[in-house]
Design a protein around this ligand. Structure first.
Ligand SMILES: Cc1cc2nc3c(=O)[nH]c(=O)nc-3n(C[C@H](O)[C@H](O)[C@H](O)COP(=O)(O)OP(=O)(O)OC[C@H]3O[C@@H](n4cnc5c(N)ncnc54)[C@H](O)[C@@H]3O)c2cc1C
Ligand code: FES
Length: 286
């Protein structure tokens, strides 16, 4: 059992949780994740370790409420417990001194991008961060990213903050203005990672992406997280989640992510009904 110490709303449907997990806090590296279960009837969901404090024995998770389990998490209060938190899982992000490294984070992908930007900076890179959100009210961790980056470019789809447009536009502008960076790391929605990778491939810029397929056991046993990279089957939970963006079959990943949509919808509806019956939900979060 892992105690929740903080549950704070960061932006619309995005919460930051600080959770007691001393052993994970000591061992985690940038790019790794945990798999949590809220209770014995709960599903196992993977979440990136956005930050950790080894002295306090805590990890931070930043979670967007998109379905049953992530919405159920928003109802938990400091003092409540998660049934289990397993980790750190996955291979740490490969960090070296590349020179100029661009970190692209889209939507909730900004949460996993933050420790990677921190690690790249600590390794002596010039770090330029591009943050993308649909709208200003959905943008997270801007201040934290400014602290760790040499330059931050913010874009919103609707132009409510920063430049209007997609992160790919900002990256193309950056390449035109400063020349080719030495390395790009992208994390966010699959279409975003696909188009960032297509752009960097055109320019011959080495690019890593952090993939988010459906995961179940997180140990390479179930095959749920299989992805095709360079024509070969890989398991994102043990071989990744980071892969060469120029080699990933993003279209297959998108299809596999949508595989359980109907079951997910039914599970979400049932959870809402139960929460309403128990008086746990005032507003409709759907
Ligand atoms: C390595 C990794 C790191 C992740 N880190 C974060 C993070 O830091 N913050 C965050 O908000 N989200 C993160 N995710 C995504 C998160 O796991 C899903 O949003 C969550 O599982 C959705 O569960 P749900 O029951 O709320 O929604 P559901 O309605 O069950 O699912 C909504 C969508 O989430 C995806 N999903 C569902 N179940 C899983 C699963 N077991 N594994 C992976 N994806 C699933 C599917 O695309 C699905 O269509 C990460 C995913 C991976 C693989
Ligand atoms: S989650 Fe089961 S093999 Fe990766």
């Amino acid at each position: 059992m892992n105690r929740i110490l903080e549950n704070e709303v960061l932006a619309e449907k995005i919460n930051r949780y600080v959770i007691e997990a001393p052993k994970i806090a000591q061992r985690r590296k940038a790019g790794q994740f945990v798999i949590i279960r809220i209770d014995e009837r709960g599903e196992r969901i993977p979440l990136t370790i956005a930050d950790a404090d080894p002295e306090q024995g805590t990890i931070t998770l930043i979670v967007q409420a998109v379905g049953k389990t992530t919405t159920q998490m928003t109802l938990l209060k400091p003092g409540d417990y998660l049934l289990d938190v397993v980790g750190p899982l996955g291979a740490p992000t490969h960090i070296e001194r590349f020179g100029t490294a661009v970190v692209v984070g889209g939507g909730i992908g900004i949460a996993p991008a933050h420790p990677i930007a921190q690690a790249l900076k600590a390794a002596g890179n010039t770090v330029i961060t591009i943050l993308g959100a649909r709208s200003k009210n959905l943008l997270i961790l801007e201040e934290e990213m400014r602290r760790t980056s040499d330059e931050v470019i913010v874009c919103t789809d609707d132009g409510s903050y920063g430049m209007k447009g997609l992160v790919t536009h900002a990256l193309a502008d950056l390449i035109a203005r400063r020349g080719k960076p030495d390395f790009v790391f992208a994390v966010g929605p699959v279409p975003m990672m696909k188009y960032v990778s297509l752009l960097t491939k055109e320019h011959g810029i080495p690019t890593m992406v952090s993939l988010n397929p459906i995961m179940i056991d997180g140990t390479g046993m179930c095959g749920g997280c299989r992805v095709t990279v360079g024509g070969e089957m890989r398991f994102a939970c043990v071989d990744g989640p980071d892969f060469d963006g120029h080699q990933v079959d993003f279209d297959e990943l998108m299809k596999r992510q949508a595989f359980y949509k109907e079951q997910e919808r039914i599970a979400f509806e049932r959870m809402l009904e139960r929460c309403r019956a128990e008086g746990l939900l005032q507003a409709d979060p759907s």
